[in-house]
Design a protein around this ligand. Structure first.
Ligand code: 8DG
Ligand code: CA
Ligand code: CA
Length: 414
């Protein structure tokens, strides 16, 4: 359709906006996935949605269109899209690219903008979020080399001070060449072999399943390995800790003393009750933090056979939630936002654990406790379904939602 350059420009704008958004609790973009649940308005979501819509557009977008002809966004965004169609760029994008303060649509300088290009650069390092990127930018650092120099020579810019950098961030800076390049498929294979060995050894049972998820499953080049792990019969409880210990012992994973190695565990216990409560009290928002789930997992640094350092995420799911986990962790993030929004429009709630809805004074798991709702909120089974059928794969979830089955590579909303 010829609209791809516009998609890429909107994606770039999305990333600059993520770099402008400071959250109090989380200073790491690898632990978030574009939340929208944060207090302040998140412009990155506007651009992400616009990019997805432009990619899906069945006509060429050019300057002859009126803003109203670009129906999926507000006038301010539509005007930027027109600019990009005409000239390849737009004022805000150029301001970000040159680290300048950005004006809002009424021409007023936006507070807390500036440094877009530099902050985006710093945030490519695992463990560095908008908060740290801003501190470094405000101190005057503009490149990785600047940061390295500051570590070597002490911080020349602030009197007697030193560069504020954590050991995880310093590790990422040191290994940035490995961490920023695209992974060859052999690295994913390497991860698979090492993790499967560790799972079998640590638990003493065979039969573990380990699937590539994330961009890699959507047939895109990956800069990290994302995997969902499950077992058809054995409990997954407590596995993450044993797995990490074994991988560290085998020198396949960098230990948490040297680099980022974040383990989440033990949060699965009451998760269904929590979900039920949220559904009952209407406190769910389908589009809110798509990165929040309660699976046991580890976000760490893998060491390949060639001695390269690669980011690796392992997500461990009980078998009954496996299809939901797979769907959630395959992405893309924007595809998931659309899917969850759709569930919400049908008065249902979807996350990476289950599909649920309310039934009178009770919450109801779909399909175990009852049929899904359609767009008008009416319950009813799709063709081929009844309460005895269980969700076996991602396509089943799509059927229950009444949306087309899409293969992973068809879920690349940018
Ligand atoms: P990329 O690595 O090439 O940038 O893209 P990706 O593979 O699509 O994204 P990812 O950041 O590696 O995450 C994989 C998918 O998992 C993503 O589409 C959204 C989903 N996801 C969750 N929970 C979380 C989370 O806690 N953090 C992140 N980053 N993604 C999550 O379901
Ligand atoms: Ca990924
Ligand atoms: Ca990842």
């Amino acid at each position: 359709m010829g609209n791809e350059p516009i998609v890429q420009a909107l994606k770039e704008l999305m990333k600059y906006e993520m770099a402008m958004l400071i959250t109090e609790d989380e200073d790491d973009k690898s632990l978030r996935a574009g939340t929208g649940s944060r207090g302040n308005h998140d412009n990155s979501l506007v651009y992400s949605r616009a990019a997805a819509m432009v990619r899906a557009c069945q006509f060429k977008i050019d300057d002859s269109l009126q803003p109203d002809d670009i129906p999926f966004c507000g006038h301010a965004t539509a005007n930027k899209i027109k600019d990009i169609a005409r000239t390849g760029t737009t004022e805000v994008l150029e301001a970000h690219r040159s680290d300048q303060v950005v004006n809002d649509s009424s021409g007023t300088p936006r507070p807390d903008t500036g440094g877009g290009a530099t902050k985006k650069l710093f945030m490519q390092l695992p463990g560095v979020g908008a908060k740290t990127a801003k501190i470094w930018f405000d101190l005057g650092y503009r490149s990785y080399e600047d940061l390295e120099e500051a570590i070597d020579s002490g911080d020349v810019r602030s009197e007697g001070g030193r560069l504020p950098i954590g050991f995880e961030q310093a590790f990422s800076l040191q290994h940035r060449q490995d961490l920023l390049e695209a992974l060859p498929t052999s690295d994913l294979q390497d991860m698979q072999t090492a993790v499967m060995e560790a799972l079998t050894h640590a638990t003493g049972v065979e039969g573990w399943k380990m699937i590539v998820v994330g961009g890699g499953r959507r047939s895109l080049p990956s800069h990290d390995g994302d995997f969902v792990i499950t077992h058809p019969t054995r409990s997954t409880e407590g596995v993450v800790r044993m797995l990490v210990d074994r991988l560290v012992e085998k020198k396949k994973l960098v230990s948490s003393r040297q680099a980022m190695c974040r383990i989440s565990e033990g949060r699965m216990g009451a998760h269904l009750d929590h979900m039920r409560q949220h559904v009952l009290h209407g406190t769910t928002t389908n589009s809110n933090n798509i990165a929040v789930d309660r699976f046991d997992k580890v976000f760490g640094m893998f060491i390949t056979q060639d001695g390269k350092i690669r980011r690796m995420d392992l997500i461990i799911t009980p078998h009954e939630e496996y299809p939901f986990c797979l769907l959630g962790w395959t992405g893309s993030k924007q595809y998931l936002r659309f899917l969850r929004q759709h569930a919400g429009n049908c008065n249902m709630y979807l996350n990476s654990h289950r599909l649920m809805r309310r039934e009178g004074q009770q919450s109801c798991i779909v399909p175990e406790d009852g049929p899904p709702l359609d767009r008008s909120g009416k319950p009813g089974w799709p063709p081929g379904w009844d309460e005895k059928r269980v969700v076996k794969d991602e396509g089943d979830i799509m059927e229950l939602l009444g949306v087309p089955r899409r293969e992973p590579h068809e879920r690349n909303c940018p």
